[in-house]
Design a protein around this ligand. Structure first.
Ligand SMILES: NC(=O)c1ccc[n+]([C@@H]2O[C@H](COP(=O)([O-])OP(=O)(O)OC[C@H]3O[C@@H](n4cnc5c(N)ncnc54)[C@H](OP(=O)(O)O)[C@@H]3O)[C@@H](O)[C@H]2O)c1
Ligand SMILES: *[C@@H]1O[C@H](CO)[C@@H](O)[C@H](O)[C@H]1NC(C)=O
Length: 324
């Protein structure tokens, strides 16, 4: 009886592992050639202390880039940097890991982060807009924006605009935007961007991720002819801290952990498309496209609506105070 149970467990475990490899193995940024391209380059990764951002920062450090970790909590960022250096050991040599405070829920913080970067950095080769917040209860940013729209879209909107001059003077350079497949359930409801009439946390997340894609398309259009490219990606489903606001009943936890271990990507697997778009020669000159598993993917029509994209851009400029 016990032996049969053990056998079933082993077989089941094996099958899970195979399924996992099959489901999550696709698409990998090839390391060698890309690594040579990143040596000595300066990269900013927002939210680099956790999950996908941390894995992205570590891989770019391994490729000998100067990686600026834009993080809201210095303590958490320092700990992540220590761990990354310890994990890489001698492979961290040649690159640099720099911590700079950046709270995307505060326009003041975004502005002072950019001011410091513009003062200290002679060049910026890649900006990775990675930080994100997922399905939180109704909260507002320092400037009164709904939190998910404020952090995922507006904070990065201001950040990118303030760094655009440096990216242009460093061209060819790249912007990489981390969105999500959940954009499909979003909509840009211009009449209630701060969710003051009604708040639905799933809708709020999806709306912010749709905004990431529309932002990318409008920015790509504005950057035509500059040798600054911008592309957007979805990472798949990845085991990170993103689900911190989701309550899983205690009894369901073991099952959730098993499913996430079996079917979710590791942060390093999930970060492959970010790393690819930041470093691969294959996407040189490619702009305004949507990627998953290191391959271009199709978008729903609502994410290709150039009128909505332009209107969102104009309203965002006013909201973050770029246009009075
Ligand atoms: N995990 C997935 O399955 C998945 C799927 C689709 C898309 N994504 C996207 O992937 C990106 C990375 O998420 P993740 O999965 O790696 O989650 P994560 O482990 O929670 O990392 C998110 C990062 O964003 C930072 N962040 C949150 N609010 C911030 C703020 N106001 N200012 C500055 N930084 C802030 C977090 O900082 P703290 O550590 O200080 O909170 C953390 O470093 C997000 O844009 C997310 O939407 C993830
Ligand atoms: C909240 O939004 C999600 C995604 O947009 C939608 O599927 C769901 O029905 C909404 N829930 C409510 C209560 O309106």
């Amino acid at each position: 009886m016990a032996a049969a149970a053990l056998l079933a467990a082993v077989l089941g475990g094996g099958l899970l592992l195979i399924a996992r490899r099959y489901l999550t193995g696709a698409g990998r940024a090839s390391r060698g050639a890309a690594a040579a391209l990143m040596r000595g380059k300066t990269v900013i990764v927002t939210g680099a202390n956790s999950g996908l951002g941390r894995a992205t920062a570590a891989e770019l450090l391994r490729m000998q880039a100067r990686v600026i970790m834009g993080c809201r909590d210095r303590g958490r960022a320092e700990q992540a940097a220590r761990e990354i250096r310890a994990e890489l050991g001698a492979q961290a040599e040649g690159g640099e890991l720099v911590i700079r405070e950046l709270d995307l829920a505060s326009l003041r913080s975004v502005r002072s982060f950019c001011q410091r970067v513009l003062q200290e950095e002679p060049r910026l080769d890649v900006l990775i807009n990675n930080a994100g917040i997922f399905q939180c209860p109704y909260m507002k940013t320092e400037d009164g924006f709904e939190m998910q729209f404020g952090v995922n879209h507006l904070g990065h909107f201001l950040l990118t605009n303030l760094l655009l001059g440096l990216l242009k003077s460093s061209a060819p350079s790249r912007i990489v935007v981390v969105s999500s497949r959940l954009y499909k359930y979003g909509e840009i409801n211009f009449e209630d961007l701060n969710s003051e009439i009604s708040y639905n946390k799933s809708f709020g997340y999806s709306r912010s991720k749709l905004a990431n894609i529309l932002f990318t398309r409008e920015l790509a259009r504005r950057l035509e002819g500059t040798e600054v490219t911008v592309n957007v990606l979805h990472p798949g489903i990845v085991r990170t801290n993103l689900g911190r606001y989701i309550n899983i009943p205690l009894l369901a936890k073991p099952l959730f952990n098993l499913v996430s271990w079996a079917f979710f990507k590791t942060p390093l697997e999930g970060a492959q498309t970010s790393i690819y778009l930041a470093s691969s020669a294959e996407v040189e000159g490619v702009s305004g496209k949507y990627f998953g598993d290191c391959k271009e993917e199709e978008l729903l029509p609502k994410a290709m609506d150039d009128l909505v994209a332009r209107k969102l851009w104009d309203i965002s400029e006013v909201m973050v105070g770029l246009l009075k």
